[in-house]
Design a protein around this ligand. Structure first.
Ligand code: ATP
Ligand code: MG
Length: 454
């Protein structure tokens, strides 16, 4: 298990962390003063860096990859910053594409699915717009200098540049000192930077979970103060962030941090309300177990589906609403109604695309269906395209303390045995006084209506 306390500021803040105040001269770490070697850099990225350099442009690795290499992690991707304009970059690489509208980036392709992103140094937001006295934007100076590019980034540890010309690291904002102190520090004025883009709060928490770093005190205090600004972030962006937060391999810890800083409340309000008030710990246990399983699957290089994640994230509000509607209607329509309501409320905050929410619904609907195993039902459920996810979810509920373990065991065995044993399993259900409730099916042709059980 992870230790949340380790990275929360319950420990005393380390000394020596540089304050991110703007200075003209950057700190330059020459090759002998840092650990990044070219062997750790992907060939494709080196190729792009050298090509830019040979054409007379400046070229740097920047952002997450420099940070991760310095921390000894393997970078997810290698991003490049340059003073070449996007069109100039595009001309240098045959397999490249200009993307974006106002601020253009270049994607350089390698092999079948590798992409190296090259961005031209960017100016801070206030330098981008020159407004006339009518308030119209006259000119769009979106591109800037290396120094400007560094200062407009989010955290000091994300604003380090690896210079391909002499293999040095360039640090304008104090990122090296912060990395050494294990601190994530927002660049510039905390309020301004969180207001500019409240998603930076989620990014701070994600990097804590992912890198095991702590937040600098002001960066942390700002989250408590400005967390509610997340309410203004478009739901589509919060969907992207959810995937990054929960599918990064550290979902359990990241979720705890999101709750700790009350950021979860703004993303999943229905769930957040119930996680807090529920006296027994079932909802929290279920979600944490789901997240730990997700982390484990990712660590084992197994696939994970966002639909399952959403099924777990929203299970408690769904379950409560489902129970509520069952007082008025049969369990299947009650489930459909509850699912529709919970999902339509949720997509106001986090825009879960239909292709995932349909599967989430399937996983939920399978829960009552998996209790009905008689006749041909168990066999046809086995053929349901989402059977496996539904079964996994059933097992998750049992693991979280619902008394349905015998049902889970039954399905585990049913999947493993040959068809003659499956038939026996189904036949012995009624004999064993199977308690599952079966409503008579209206359109079933039966000679003797008294004999209702198969
Ligand atoms: P990861 O390993 O998760 O990819 P990353 O730091 O590379 O981490 P990206 O989202 O790939 O994160 O962004 C690349 C870089 O762009 C960041 O390191 C940071 O310098 C800058 N950046 C990204 N998002 C923001 C933001 N919201 N505000 C300011 N700078 C940002
Ligand atoms: Mg990145």
């Amino acid at each position: 298990m992870f230790s949340l306390n380790k990275i929360l500021n319950k420990l005393k803040p380390s000394k020596g962390a540089a304050k991110a105040t703007q200075v003209a001269e950057p700190l330059i770490l020459t090759r002998d003063k840092h650990s990044i070697s070219r062997k750790q850099i992907r060939q494709s990225a080196l190729k792009v860096l050298y090509t830019l350099n040979e054409a007379g442009y400046e070229a740097y690795l920047v952002g997450g990859c420099v940070r991760d290499l310095l921390l000894g992690h393997e970078p997810k991707d290698f991003d490049i910053a340059t003073n070449a304009l996007p069109e100039e970059v595009h001309k240098l690489f045959r397999r490249s594409r200009l993307i974006g509208r106002r601020f253009k980036l270049v994607h350089v392709r390698f092999g079948r699915d590798e992409i190296i992103e090259v961005a031209t140094f960017r100016a801070p937001p206030e330098a981008e717009m020159h407004v006339d006295d009518q308030g119209r934007i006259m000119q769009d100076n979106v591109y800037g200098t290396l120094a400007q590019d560094a200062w407009r980034r989010d955290f000091t540890v994300n604003a380090l540049y690896y210079n391909i010309r002499d293999f040095s690291i360039v640090d304008y904002t104090g990122g090296i000192a912060d990395l050494e102190a294990g601190l994530i520090r927002l660049i510039g004025d905390v309020e301004t930077r969180y207001r500019e883009d409240p998603v930076r709060m989620l990014r701070a928490v994600r990097f804590m979970g992912k890198l095991g770093l702590r937040l600098a005190p002001e960066t942390e205090a700002g989250i408590t103060k400005f967390g509610s600004l997340l309410a203004d972030i478009p739901a589509a962006r919060l969907f992207d962030e959810t995937l990054k937060l929960y599918l990064s391999g550290q979902a359990a810890m990241t979720h705890e941090l999101l709750c700790h800083y009350h950021l979860f409340d703004h993303m999943y309000p229905q769930t957040a309300a119930l996680l807090k008030t529920e006296a027994d710990n079932y909802p929290r246990t279920l979600l944490m177990k789901a997240l730990e399983n997700t982390d484990k699957r990712l660590a084992d290089n197994k696939p994970v589906t966002p639909a399952f994640l959403f099924a777990a994230l929203l299970w408690e509000p769904l379950r409560q609403r489902w129970q509520h509607y069952q007082t008025r209607m049969p369990e299947m329509p009650a489930m459909q109604r509850a699912a529709t309501e919970v999902l339509s409320e949720q997509v106001q905050r986090v825009a879960i695309p239909k292709r995932y929410s349909m599967v989430t619904r399937d996983i939920w609907s399978l829960q009552p269906r998996l209790t009905r195993r008689q006749g041909k039902r168990a066999f046809s459920l086995l053929l349901h395209p989402k059977f496996r996810a539904g079964y996994d979810f059933l097992a998750l509920r049992a693991e979280a303390g619902e008394s349905i373990q015998p049902l889970v065991d039954w399905w585990t065995r049913f999947q493993a045995v040959p068809v003659n044993e499956q038939n026996e399993m189904v036949q012995s259900l009624s004999g064993q006084g199977d308690t599952e409730k079966r409503k008579p099916r209206r359109r079933r042709r039966r000679r003797k209506p008294v004999n209702k059980e198969d």
